[in-house]
Design a protein around this ligand. Structure first.
Ligand code: PRP
Length: 207
């Protein structure tokens, strides 16, 4: 049976394709993809398709994809239904809290505003600290928000730390480590068990 694989495009894409290549999959079409979004691997009987990270989870949850490659950041933030089966150890970064150095983020229990692409992660973090903060959802370039006075701090992912540094922000706390994970649709795991286990074992051998 064909295994349908949702790949997160962008940052994780290249490294995922590298792992697939090492595992012996035919990724020639993926490497030379142009604007195409679906790629057939005749050798392995796999279909790969490229989607945004949160959409990869949606496709897996609905069983359109049997397997997905998604960052742990998106998995933690979304609250969807799937099996998380493997840590690919790529796309390694951290969830952090950052602010301008002078921000009284953890001292001032007045009205604190937090800008983030990850409102659920931020809410839970500050709830655990017993802090009642206002969360402002931002879609990208989150580092800009405290510089312009939209918020007092941010919750975001940090990989090299360059974006924070170049914008004069400092890490105030580290929340957790993140990396790309393989997720599997609950039903597909039963219906295509042999094919999915074979896929996972080939991948495990090269990470
Ligand atoms: C992510 C993240 C930071 C940056 C961190 O953004 O939100 O802005 O990467 O990386 P660094 O620590 O290596 O500098 P991304 O590049 O995905 O784009 P976005 O800001 O548009 O979401």
């Amino acid at each position: 049976m064909t295994v349908n694989i949702a790949l997160t495009k962008g940052r994780l894409e290249k490294e995922s394709v590298k792992i697939f290549e090492k595992a012996g999959f035919d990724v020639s079409l993926l490497k030379d993809k142009g604007r195409k979004l679906i790629f057939k691997d005749e050798k392995m009987d796999y279909n790969y398709f490229l989607v945004k990270s949160v959409d990869a989870i949606t496709y897996v949850e609905h069983g359109v994809a049997d397997v997905g490659i998604v960052g742990k950041d998106t998995l933690i933030e979304s609250n969807l239904n799937y099996y998380e089966v493997l840590d690919l150890k790529i796309g390694q970064c951290k969830f952090i809290v950052a602010s301008l150095p002078e921000s009284r983020l953890f001292k001032d229990y007045g009205h604190i505003k937090i800008g983030t692409k990850y409102p659920n992660v931020a809410k839970e973090y500050f709830y655990d600290k017993g802090m009642d903060v206002e969360i402002i959802k931002i879609e990208g370039s989150v580092e800009l928000a405290p510089l312009l006075g939209l918020c007092d701090g941010i919750v975001d992912i940090m990989e090299t730390g360059t974006t924070l540094k170049e914008n004069g922000l400092v890490v105030r706390d580290e929340i957790c480590d993140i990396s790309a994970r393989v997720i599997v649709n609950n039903t597909a795991f039963k219906l295509k068990e042999k094919e999915i286990r074979d896929f996972l074992s080939k991948i495990s051998n090269v990470i």
